[in-house]
Design a protein. Structure first.
Length: 196
């Protein structure tokens, strides 16, 4: 059986969301029979053919001013002529999303909703995070997976005065890994089901 291919397409202005994307990649690669294609939005816009071949795409953007970043939106808009107008080329691929910002909320949910809607416009099937919200009780901690309590996708938080060498913290990188793994397992089930 051929490998399932999962692309991770992200923007990162200062390197923090790139760390989250690398976490997602580790999660994809933790599943036997899966291959990860990690690319930033600049590279992605020179690899439309590769993106047409993958079974799943996981999109990631930092949250800037309560929204996906400007460069990520440029990428989204570029898909209108390169993917959408080319005959709904991403229809029935699996999709998921992640976002990173300085504040614990930081309005990352807005970015995740934007990405989910973008995936829906392409006829893709959205996979959520699939983790209970954590760090919300007297026994919870900052070390918990999904410490930021997102459902729609993976959230990460990077202190504004820390570089990507230390931020986002390990719990958020593990949460990103979880998303990559979950999407990949779902994709394998989906592809095998379609073949049956
Ligand atoms: C233009 C701009 C707008 C930002 N807006 C937000 C915001 O709305 N919420 C937030 O929590 N952080 C905000 N931040 C902080 C970034 O989300 C944070 O620094 C993040 O780690 C940057 O990720 P990156 O290094 O991948 O670009 C903003 C940063 C910039 C540069």
């Amino acid at each position: 059986m051929t490998n399932v291919r999962v692309a991770i397409v992200y923007h990162s202005g200062y390197g923090h969301t790139a760390k989250q994307a690398e976490g997602v990649k580790r999660g994809v690669e933790s599943v036997e029979g899966a291959e990860a294609l990690l690319m930033d939005i600049d590279e992605a816009q020179s690899r439309w053919d590769d993106l047409e071949q993958v079974e799943a795409i996981i999109f990631g953007s930092p949250t800037y001013m309560g929204s996906v970043s400007g460069p990520f939106k440029m990428f989204m808009d570029a898909t209108s002529t390169t993917v959408f107008a080319k005959g709904f080329a991403w229809k029935d691929k699996i999709a998921a999303g992640f976002s990173n910002s300085a504040s614990r909320s930081g309005d990352k949910l807005s970015s995740l909703i934007q990405i989910a809607l973008f995936a829906a416009q392409h006829g893709m099937h959205w996979v959520n995070l699939g983790l209970p919200p954590a760090n919300n009780s007297s026994t919870g901690s900052q070390e918990d997976l999904n410490r930021l309590g997102f459902f729609l996708g993976a959230g990460a938080q990077s202190n504004a005065d820390e570089g990507p060498d230390v931020a986002p913290p390990a719990a958020d990188l593990k949460t990103a890994e979880h998303l990559g793994r979950r999407v990949t397992i779902t994709t394998i089930q989906f592809v095998r089901g379609r073949a049956a």
